[in-house]
Ligand binder design. Structure first.
Ligand SMILES: Nc1ncnc2c1ncn2[C@@H]1O[C@H](COP(=O)(O)OP(=O)(O)OP(=O)(O)O)[C@@H](O)[C@H]1O
Ligand SMILES: Nc1nc2c(c(=O)[nH]1)N=C(CO)CN2
Length: 171
């Protein structure tokens, strides 16, 4: 069993519905057990700027799937939610990234873990900090908290009151 972290993003259509559907499909996947989900954050687009704002969240899972199989399932979830690839870094109904996979470093064609751009992105680090601030980023020696503190404060990100997947954590 490996603890892995996923980053989810959406900026087309009903963003809450897309996140809920993606979470639901991940929860139903044999070999994946969803453990924690951050709040939903509204974030300004990074990279390609002429597109609507995103909702982003981070998720902790326990998984028995090897990295390739986890990626395969993620791509399937994206496909089922009708993600259409157009522009690089462009709008999407759902984007799911494998951020961390235990303490492993994967550098293969089509799969890099830790996600190579994660330490530059507030839309990744802020939600991840909420659920795993003290975790070390393999190959980068320092924690999520450390990398978040290094980020320039120019990326707009706003915590919303939206909490998804909370039925696992009754109050
Ligand atoms: N850690 C990873 N998590 C998810 N996909 C990855 C990862 N590493 C490599 N990939 C590859 O990236 C492809 C997805 O690229 P995509 O078009 O979603 O990039 P993007 O989300 O626009 O940009 P970015 O990669 O900067 O977030 C997948 O098909 C997959 O093969
Ligand atoms: N705010 C925000 N910007 C992005 C996002 C994202 O999820 N959120 N995803 C991208 C491609 O992975 C490119 N830019």
């Amino acid at each position: 069993m490996i603890t892995a972290y996923l980053g989810l993003g959406t900026n087309l259509g009903d963003r809450v519905a897309s996140l809920e559907q993606a979470i639901g499909m991940l929860k139903q996947t044999p070999g994946i057990s969803v453990q924690r989900i951050s709040s939903v954050y509204e974030t300004s687009p990074v990279g390609y700027l002429e597109q609507p704002p995103f909702y982003n969240l981070a998720m902790e899972i326990l998984t028995t799937l090897p990295p390739r199989d986890l990626l395969g399932r993620i791509l399937e979830v994206e496909r089922k939610l009708h993600r259409v690839r157009t522009v690089r870094w462009g709008p999407r109904t759902i984007d799911i990234d494998i951020l961390l996979y235990g303490d492993q470093i994967v550098n293969e064609e089509g799969l890099q873990i830790p996600h190579p751009r994660m330490t530059e992105r507030a839309f990744v680090l802020v939600p991840l900090y909420e659920i795993a601030g003290n975790i070390l980023i393999p190959g980068k020696q320092q924690t999520v908290k450390y990398w978040l503190a290094q980020l320039p404060k120019d990326q707009e990100i706003q915590q919303t009151e939206i909490r998804l997947g909370l039925e696992r954590y009754p109050v």
